[in-house]
Ligand binder design. Structure first.
Ligand SMILES: C[S@@+](CC[C@H](N)C(=O)[O-])C[C@H]1O[C@@H](n2cnc3c(N)ncnc32)[C@H](O)[C@@H]1O
Length: 241
């Protein structure tokens, strides 16, 4: 990681360390439980038939990793990587109670220098992480590097919706109600102000799709939910790379 990116990465890591305990509950409340539906869509998009090895970048409390573990065969393996110790601690706690937990393992590291050999995974997943990453070009380059030829990337995130009137009501909810909920439930208004401002200042899904294509992925697609407030971006590694 470049030295100028460290303070931002450190701020993000400590923010997630602080909100880890309330993260799952707030996710369900804020998204009206739709986050589970979107995660399943991402898993279905990432897993080709026969996929056995999956990497979840920025796994947090592991929900996307568990969804992937439920979807792959018994001989499949899912690695969840995150730089927040507290988020991973919760993922490990859930691992014991999830039937597919034995197919998952967790690792504390940065996604910008993933500690894996080239061409290690059939699929790379990432959910609600992109907005927090200081260098998206490097992030997608790493995802590409660790994927096998023919491997798939599925990236889920929140974006500022553009069409009125949805964008108006969304803005009201996301920038007023969400920080209020964050203050009440997670008792951390600053963290939830950060999360809503990270969406406001984020790229368009089309810009992110271009970054994915620039990293070498082909067949890059954007699927929009809720008027583009949540998008699923997918791309494939060419069979000969
Ligand atoms: C909003 S949470 C998403 C967690 C999970 N993927 C989900 O779907 O609920 C973002 C996670 O990304 C992690 N993260 C952000 N930047 C990272 C990086 N450069 N390397 C590793 N983890 C990162 C944070 O620590 C946090 O746990």
């Amino acid at each position: 990681m470049h030295s100028s990116e460290r303070p931002r990465a450190e701020y993000i890591r400590s923010t997630f360390d602080r909100i880890a305990l309330r993260y799952d509950l707030l996710n369900r409340i804020i998204s009206f439980h739709l986050d589970t539906y979107w995660r399943n869509k991402a898993v279905n998009a990432a897993l080709r038939p026969g996929a056995r090895s999956v990497l979840d970048l920025g796994t947090g409390t592991g929900d996307l990793a568990f969804a992937a573990a439920r979807a792959i065969g018994d001989d499949g393996r899912v690695v969840g990587l995150d730089f927040s110790h507290e988020m991973l601690r919760l993922a490990l706690g859930k691992q014991k109670h999830d039937l597919s937990g034995r197919k998952t393992m967790y690792l504390q590291a940065t996604a910008l220098a993933a500690p894996f050999r080239d061409a290690s995974f059939d699929a790379v997943l990432t959910g609600f992480v992109l907005r927090n990453v200081s260098d998206l070009t490097l992030f997608f380059k790493e995802a590409y590097r660790v994927l096998k030829a023919g491997g798939r990337l599925a990236a889920l995130d929140m974006f500022p919706p553009s069409s009125f009137p949805f964008s108006f009501f969304y803005s009201l909810y996301f920038h007023r109600v969400m920080p209020w909920l964050g203050a009440r439930i997670a008792r951390d208004p600053e963290a939830y102000r950060y999360l809503s401002s990270s969406v406001r200042g984020f790229h368009s899904p089309e810009d992110v799709a271009r970054m994915i294509a620039n990293a070498g992925f082909i067949d890059v697609r954007v699927r929009k939910f809720l008027n583009g407030a949540v998008c699923l971006l997918t791309g494939n590694v060419p069979v000969q790379h």
